[in-house]
Unconditional design. Structure first.
Length: 297
């Protein structure tokens, strides 16, 4: 088997069906399997997939395991030389699997490759980024204006692709990670401590430590319908902010040490306070700041 496509679903029946359909519609020239990992959904996803796509392997979790742990479960039964992690709210528009497969075959030092993501709507979304750093968060205090180009190319952890150039990156957005399975297994898969957010950056950090590169192939266009920055935080949601902040703290603690993790949270809390003082988020800035300072516990 060339490629194992893993899709994690949580109450996204129609989107999941669309993601699966896109793989069957556009894929040629590679042998592939599709594995659906359902995170204890209450909708009809599992029955619909069984009815419409009987060849899809299905794992039914008894609880919502989050993104990383669910993908680990899919990877555990995957028989492909490569695994392709495709979000349930994303779909391919070309023969992406073959393009990724051929690129990886020709570039043995590459551990992960991804494509250019778009939302299909009137706003952009992140395709890749540099690995998060304390300097990046410090720069958000206003200093990034002093080194704008350096920040945008070497520090920013969320980048909208605007170039046709194939490039080495810190990490690939988790919505479309095409990973050499041997590398994924050697890294130990996703860290089980993460429920959601930052799990792909932390995995990418460990893959980089093994000496493998993460790359972006902009010629491969993939639609990612939901933008975290635009949709998830459009209105204040305490639980999402708490999970995001806790995951950010864990990422820095695991990759850069406890002191850097605490400093990043303090800087982020200060950023929210400054936004509130400047009138950008008068209603929720103190709630967000307090979450940053307490979510590690």
């Amino acid at each position: 088997m060339d490629v194992s496509v893993i899709i994690v679903n949580y109450n996204t029946c129609e989107l999941t069906l669309q993601a699966i359909a896109s793989v069957y519609e556009h894929t040629q020239g590679v042998d592939f399997e599709i594995i659906l990992v359902d995170n204890f959904s209450k909708d009809a996803t599992v029955s619909e997939v069984r009815n419409k796509y009987p060849l899809v392997k299905i794992i039914e979790n008894l609880t919502n395991e989050g993104f990383g742990r669910a993908n680990n479960a899919g990877a555990a039964i995957a028989i492909g030389e490569y695994i392709f992690l495709l979000n349930s709210d994303a779909y391919i528009t070309s023969n992406a699997l073959q393009l990724f497969y051929e690129y990886m075959k020709a570039n043995k030092q590459v551990g992960v490759v991804g494509g250019e993501l778009s939302t299909g709507r009137d706003f952009d979304t992140v395709s890749y980024g540099n690995l998060p750093s304390l300097l990046e968060y410090f720069s958000y205090l206003g200093f990034k204006k002093m080194y704008k180009n350096y920040f945008e190319t070497k520090l920013a952890s969320g980048i909208v692709n605007k170039s046709s150039e194939i490039k080495k990156v810190g990490y690939v957005n988790g919505a479309d990670m095409f990973i050499r399975k041997s590398v994924f297994d050697a890294a130990g898969g996703f860290d089980k401590d993460f429920f959601l957010y930052f799990e792909e950056t932390e995995l990418s950090y460990r893959i980089q430590q093994q000496g493998f590169d993460s790359m972006i192939l902009p010629s491969v266009k993939i639609v990612h319908l939901v933008s975290f920055y635009r949709d998830s935080f459009a209105t204040f949601n305490y639980n999402k902010h708490r999970i995001y902040s806790k995951s950010r703290f864990m990422y820095f603690q695991k990759c850069n040490g406890l002191l850097v993790a605490y400093l990043t949270n303090v800087i982020t809390a200060l950023l929210f306070v400054l936004q509130g003082v400047l009138g950008k988020d008068k209603d929720n800035y103190m709630k967000k700041a307090l979450i940053c300072l307490t979510s590690h516990s």
